[in-house]
Ligand binder design. Structure first.
Ligand code: ASP
Length: 330
């Protein structure tokens, strides 16, 4: 049941940050982009727009910023292409839309939303997704738009490593995350989640990760919304985002505990790693991760953006956030 609430927006720009590889300039740019994403998304919530509007507003900022592995700045496939995935889910209706394996869609999150709102389907891939984008007027660009020199060099490094090993180790893989995501709670008490990614560096072409798979990297219902980032294969096998939400809404496990159990216990116990952001209908926030850092941020009732990168940084979620009217809580 929905109820009036104080709006909250939580975002991530990917797990797997390596502290010693961050320059002060990169750090500043990342913090500025996270802050802008929070402000743009929160403005939607303050204006009475839906949670899904805040999610797509925040994610498009991060897709357009080359510092994140989504939209411009996406990682490369083994054969040197940018191949992107994205999904959105509206927790109040359980409607969802997603796209996978797109090469020309400037903002894949907007196409995922169009799939949800303007098609009879939940998921479109590859050429079919791009043809649909053309039909509904979602912007297409030349594939060269997504290329950055830094991502290209990351691929070259991985290709050199490939020559030596059959599989990436955890540490190598962790360097290649950087997916973006958002979860929001609007004034009506509705939740939504969204995730957008270039996937994993050096992935095989045609590989689809967890981000566009509803329930794996992205999920929202009336009581919980989650967006994940990390080694996608493990998020798929644990149906991670759905698993967190089921613990919260069906088993009544507090959000922070549920998110920590799945992200920091279940996934690592299988050999995976990464992080997630989660939000419940009372405005509680969880941002667990088991990598060096996770680009992350949230903005709540006071309208002040909070951003953090590293694990030892106070991200302001140690104490419960001021919650809205919890009388109708799940
Ligand atoms: N989860 C994403 C994937 O496996 C990668 C990431 O989070 O950066 O495609």
């Amino acid at each position: 049941m929905s109820h009036a609430s104080a709006p909250v927006l939580v975002i991530h720009g990917g797990a797997g940050v390596i502290k010693r590889e961050m320059s002060p300039a990169r750090e500043r740019a990342v913090r500025a982009a996270l802050t802008l994403a929070l402000k743009n998304g929160y403005a939607q919530l303050k204006a009475g727009k839906q949670a899904i509007d805040a999610v797509t507003a925040a994610i498009t900022v991060l897709e357009d910023d080359p510092n994140f592995n989504a939209g411009k700045g996406s990682v490369f496939t083994h054969d040197g292409k940018n191949e992107m995935d994205a999904a959105v889910m509206d927790g109040s209706t359980l409607e969802a839309g997603s796209v996978a394996g797109v090469h020309r869609v400037k903002n894949p999150i907007l196409l995922a939303r169009a799939v949800m709102e303007k098609s009879q389907h939940v998921m479109l891939v590859g050429d079919g997704a791009e043809e649909f984008a053309r039909e509904v007027g979602v912007e297409l660009v030349d594939p060269s738009y997504f290329r950055t020199e830094e991502r290209w060099q990351q691929l070259q490094k991985a290709l050199r490593e490939d020559a030596g090993h059959a599989k990436h180790t955890d540490v190598e893989t962790a360097k290649h995350f950087g997916t973006v995501g958002a979860v929001a709670l609007d004034l009506q008490g509705h939740l939504a989640a969204g995730t957008s990614t270039g996937g994993m560096n050096d992935k095989r072409f045609g590989r689809v990760g967890d981000s566009p798979l509803i329930g794996a990297g992205t999920y929202a219902n009336s009581g919980c919304a989650v967006s994940g980032t990390g080694w996608g294969e493990y998020y798929i096998r644990t149906v991670a985002a759905h698993e967190v939400c089921m613990r919260v809404t069906q088993m009544r496990v507090p959000l922070k505990r549920a998110a920590a159990e799945v992200i920091n216990q279940e996934i690592p116990s299988m050999g995976g790693n990464g992080g997630a952001i989660a939000l419940d209908a009372d405005g509680h926030v969880a941002m667990p991760f088991n990598t060096d850092g996770m680009y992350r941020g949230w903005i709540g009732a006071d309208g002040v953006p909070h951003v953090a990168i590293y694990g030892d940084e106070n991200d302001g979620t140690a104490d419960p956030l001021p919650s809205g009217d919890s009388s109708g809580s799940p």
